[in-house]
Design a protein around this ligand. Sequence first.
Ligand SMILES: [Fe+2]
Length: 328
Amino acid sequence: MSYLHRSEIKLGMTLNQVLVSPDGNMVLGQGTVMNEYLLSCLRDWNVKGADVIQQAEVEFNLAEIERMISDIVVSLTDNASIETHLQSAAQVHSEIETELKGIFLRARYQGIIPLDTIISLVNMRIYPSLSRKDSFIQLHTDGAAEDYLYRHALDVAFLSGYLGRWLGYGDSEIWNLTLAGLLHDIGKTRIKFEMLSKPDKLNLEEFNIAKFHANYGYQLLAQTGIVPNVVLDAVIQHHERMDGSGYPYGRSGTEISMLARIVAVADVYDALISNRYYRKGVSPREAIKIMMFQMEGQLDTHVLACLIEYVGKLDGTNALLIFHDLAM
Ligand SMILES: [Fe+2]
C-alpha cells in the first residue's frame, strides 16, 4: 500500500481507505476499484491523492474483465443453494412488507408511529440481511402496484443500507440510513389514499399537494422525540436535488445531507424499476440511463457511481462495461 498523487493513480488500483475530498465529503469507499469514470472524478472532486493497494498495477485488460464476468455469472448460477437463498429472501421480504403495511395503516388511520416495532424491524430483520446479496437481488423482483408504498419503503431501506456499506460508512451511519430509507415516505400517510393510488400520473395541483409528504414525514417523526436528527434531515431532504431543482426548500450541493443524497439515489432507482399504477417498472440498466442522463446534475455523482458498480455486478457484467455501453 502507498500514498499516490492523483496523477499516479491508475485504472484497476484499489483504494486502501475511505477517500475524503478537501471539502470534507466522503467521496469513495475503502476497497473501491478505480475505473475510468472514477479517475476522472478525482480531478472534479479536487482530490490531491489517495492510499491505494498497488497490486492491480498490471494492465486492466479485456481478458481480465471477461474472467471477472465469468466468475460472477458462475457464482450466481452454479451455486446449487442460490435458489433456496432467493426463496428465503422473498419470504423474509414478504413478511416484512406485511408488517410495514400494518405500520403505515396505523400511521394513516390512528396517527400512531409505532417506533418500537419499526426499530425492531430494522434491528432484527433488515440490518442483519445487508451482509447478504440475496436481498439486493430480491428488491429487483416484480411486485404489484398496489403494494408499492410498503414494498418501496422496504426496498429503499435495503438499498440505502447497502449503499452506505458499499461507500464505506460505519455501522451507526448504515443503521441510520436503513431507518431513514424505511421511513422516508411515511409522510405519505397524510396524503389521501385515493390520490396515491390514481391510475394516472398526478396533475400539477395534486403533485404540489403530494410534495408536502417530505414535511409531513419530518413532523410525524420529530414529534416522537427519539428519531435521530440525521434521520429527520434525510426524510425531509430526500427530494432535494444537487442542482437545487428539488423540494421542499430547493437546497443544493453540500446544503443537502450526505444521508439524504444516498436515500435520494435509492429512492429514485427503486421508483424507476418498480411497477406503479400508471406504468410498468423499467429495467435496472434503463433506470441507470435515466439517472445519468435525464437527471444529469440532480443526484450525487459518487453515490450514483457506487450504485452503478453494484447494479453492474447484478447484471453479471462489469461497471466499466456499463459506462462504455451508456456512453454510446
Ligand atoms: Fe418521497
